[in-house]
Design a protein around this ligand. Structure first.
Ligand code: KIV
Length: 286
C-alpha cells in the first residue's frame, strides 16, 4: 500500500459516518471532520428506542431538539417546551445510544434572561441528562450566554437563520434574503465562532449564503433548508420518515412512510382482535 493510500484508509476509518470507531463521538471528532472536508448527517431524536436505531445505523450526531414540542408533546410550537421535558427526553436519548454525540436544546425561556441562567440550565442538561453539548438560538444576541457556557467546559452549537423560538416575531420564513440580513447572518456566525461555539445550525437560509458562511468559518455548519453547501445536514426524524401528519417543510426529503406503516399495523391488530384471529396458540400460556 502506498503512503497516500494508507493515509486515505486511516482517514476513512475515522469518518463520522461509516467509520470504525465505537467510542462516543466528541467535538474534537467534529472539528477533525471539518478539516478533512467530510460531510456528515445529523437527526433529531426524542426517545431511547428510536435513538438506538439511529445509533446502530451510524448516525454520528443527534439533536434532542425542542421540536419535541411539535413532534412528541403535542404543542403547536417549540415555545412551551420546559427544561424538565428537555432533561427527561435528553436523558432517554443518551441512555439509548453508545456512539452518537448527543446535543440537548436549551428551550425558550431557559437562557434568554442572561448568561448565568443559561449556564445553570446547560449544566443541568449535562449533569442530569448526560448530553455532550447544548444548542441555543441566536448569534450576537446570545453571545454572553455562549461565552459563559463554553468557558465552563460545555460545548455549544449556535442556531441561526430561522430560529423557531422567535416564531412570534419572526414567523416561519426564509431568512437572510436582503443584503442587510445576509450581512447580519455572517456577523452572527462569526460571533458564535469567536465566542467558542463548535458548530452552527443554519435553518432556512438561501443556499448561496449558507455556502458563504460555511466557507468563512473554521467550525462546521449544519444545514436544514440551507442547500447543499453546508458541512452537515440535519432533519427532524419524524418528517424524514413520514411519521409527521399533515404538511412538512419543503426542504424535507421523505425516506419512508411510517405513518402509513404504523396505521396499517394498528388496523391489522384491531381486525385480528375483533375477528378472533389474535391471539393464537403460539401467543398463549397454559
Ligand atoms: O429543534 C430542532 O429540531 C432543531 C432543528 C430543526 C435544527 O432545532
Amino acid at each position: 500500500m502506498t503512503l497516500q493510500a494508507a493515509q486515505k484508509s486511516a482517514d476513512s476509518s475515522k469518518a463520522l459516518y461509516g467509520g470504525k470507531g465505537t467510542r462516543r463521538i466528541t467535538v474534537h471528532d467534529i472539528a477533525a471532520a471539518k478539516e478533512r472536508g467530510e460531510k456528515w448527517p445529523m437527526l433529531t431524536a426524542y426517545d431511547a428506542m428510536t435513538a438506538s436505531v439511529f445509533d446502530e445505523a451510524g448516525i454520528p450526531v443527534m439533536l434532542v431538539g425542542d421540536s419535541m414540542g411539535n413532534t412528541h408533546l403535542g404543542y403547536e410550537t417549540t415555545v412551551p417546551v420546559t427544561m424538565d421535558e428537555m432533561t427527561l427526553l435528553s436523558a432517554a436519548v443518551v441512555r439509548g445510544t453508545r456512539r452518537a454525540l448527543i446535543i440537548g436544546d436549551l428551550p425558550f425561556g431557559s437562557y434568554q434572561e442572561g448568561p448565568v441562567q443559561a449556564l445553570r440550565n446547560a449544566t443541568r442538561l449535562v449533569k442530569e441528562a448526560g448530553v455532550g453539548a447544548v444548542k441555543l438560538e441566536g448569534g450576537e444576541r446570545s453571545l454572553p450566554q455562549t461565552e459563559l457556557i463554553v468557558q465552563a467546559g460545555i460545548p455549544v452549537v449556535s442556531h441561526l437563520g430561522l430560529t423557531p423560538q422567535s416564531v412570534n416575531t419572526m414567523g416561519y420564513r426564509v431568512q437572510g434574503r436582503s443584503d442587510e440580513a445576509a450581512h447580519q447572518l455572517l456577523k452572527d456566525a462569526k460571533a458564535a465562532q469567536d465566542a467558542g461555539a463548535f458548530a452552527v445550525v443554519l435553518e432556512m437560509v438561501p443556499a448561496e449564503l449558507a455556502a458563504e458562511v460555511t466557507r468563512s468559518l473554521h467550525i462546521p455548519t449544519v444545514g436544514i433548508g440551507a442547500g447543499a453547501g453546508t458541512d452537515a445536514q440535519v432533519l427532524v426524524w419524524t418528517d424524514m420518515t413520514g411519521l409527521t401528519g399533515g404538511k412538512v417543510p419543503r426542504f424535507t426529503k421523505q425516506y419512508a412512510n411510517l405513518r402509513q406503516t404504523l396505521g396499517d399495523a394498528a388496523k391489522a391488530f384491531a381486525d385480528d382482535v375483533v375477528g378472533g384471529a389474535f391471539p393464537q396458540e403460539e401467543h398463549t400460556f397454559h
